[in-house]
Ligand binder design. Structure first.
Ligand code: MN
Length: 268
C-alpha cells in the first residue's frame, strides 16, 4: 500500500506528452540565447573574469570538413543563463559539483514572486523575508523542492551588457536579496534553489553586504542552487508551473550554462 500522493499510473507521462502536443501545456523557454554578445558578469580589479561565450569554426562544408559544419565552443562556466553548483562558493566547497547535482533537484515546481513594480522604482531593490512571507500568505507556503524565482522585469535588458549590469561610479545597480533574507531562504525554507533575471543570484552591490554575496554564501553553503539570467518569468503563474533546469554535467564544474524551461498548464 503506497502512501505517495503522486499517481504511478503510466498515463501520467502519456498525458504529459499529449498535453504538450495539444498546447494545453505550454513549454516556456526561460533561457537567454547563448552567443558572444550575451551579457556576462564583469568583476572589478583585482578579480579575474571568465571568458565570454564564443564559437570557433572548425569546418563549414569545406576542406577541413567537406560534408559537415562543426565548431569549438569557448565559454566560462557562469555565462548567460546558468546554474551555480554548491562548489562554486567557499561555503559549499565540500558539496556537489555541477555533474553531481541529483537530477530530481533540477525538476521542481516554480514559485514566482513578482517585484517588478518595486524594481521599476528602485533598481537596488532587495527582497526581504517579509516579502516572501506576504507571498506565502497569498499563495501558500513554499513547498519542498520548489524553485523560488524572482521576477524583477530585468530580463528586458538582457540584450544589452551595459543596461544589464547597470554600472555607475558606485558600482552595479541590479536587484537581489538582502543578507537576512538570503540566510532565511537557505536555512529555513525547503527550496531547491533560487532563480534571478539578473547576471547573478546576488544583487549588483552585494559585494558590500555581510557576508559579501550572501545568496551565494548561504544558498550554495546549504546545498541549494542558483540559476541566473532567466527570461519570460512574466509568462509563469505565481504557482502551478514546473521548472526543468538542464546544465551540462561538467565533471568538477562549478556551474554550467543551462537550458531552463517551464511547463505551464494553460487550462487553469
Ligand atoms: Mn554563477
Amino acid at each position: 500500500m503506497t502512501t505517495s500522493s503522486v499517481s504511478t499510473d503510466a498515463t501520467v507521462l502519456v498525458d504529459l506528452v499529449a498535453g504538450i502536443a495539444s498546447g494545453d501545456l505550454d513549454v516556456v523557454d526561460l533561457t537567454n540565447p547563448l552567443s558572444s554578445t550575451t551579457p556576462a558578469l564583469r568583476l572589478p580589479a583585482p578579480f579575474a573574469n571568465l571568458i565570454d561565450f564564443s564559437l570557433e569554426e572548425v569546418s563549414a562544408y569545406n576542406e577541413p570538413g567537406p560534408f559537415w559544419r562543426h565548431n569549438n565552443i569557448h565559454t566560462g562556466e557562469h555565462i548567460g543563463t546558468h546554474i551555480d553548483a554548491p562548489v562554486h562558493w567557499i561555503s559549499g566547497r565540500d558539496g556537489h559539483d555541477v555533474s553531481q547535482i541529483p537530477l530530481p533537484r533540477l525538476i521542481g515546481t516554480a514559485s514566482v514572486i513578482d517585484v517588478s513594480a518595486e524594481v521599476e522604482q528602485n533598481p537596488d531593490f532587495l527582497l526581504e523575508i517579509e516579502h516572501v512571507q506576504a507571498w506565502e500568505r497569498e499563495n501558500g507556503e513554499l513547498t519542498a523542492g520548489t524553485w523560488l524565482l524572482l521576477r524583477t522585469g530585468w530580463d528586458r535588458f538582457a540584450n544589452s551588457q551595459e543596461q544589464f549590469l547597470n554600472v555607475d561610479e558606485n558600482g552595479s545597480h541590479t536587484p537581489g536579496v538582502s543578507a537576512e533574507c538570503a540566510k532565511w531562504l537557505a536555512e529555513e525554507t525547503p527550496i531547491s534553489g533560487f532563480g534571478s533575471e539578473t547576471v547573478g543570484i546576488d544583487a549588483g552591490n552585494a559585494g558590500a553586504f555581510d557576508p559579501p554575496f550572501p545568496m551565494h554564501y548561504h544558498l550554495l553553503g546549504h546545498d541549494k542552487y542558483g540559476i541566473t539570467s532567466l527570461q519570460n518569468l512574466d509568462k509563469l503563474p505565481a504557482t502551478g508551473s514546473v521548472l526543468i533546469v538542464s546544465p551540462l554535467p561538467i565533471v568538477g564544474g562549478t556551474g554550467s550554462p543551462a537550458r531552463v524551461i517551464a511547463l505551464v498548464d494553460r487550462r487553469q
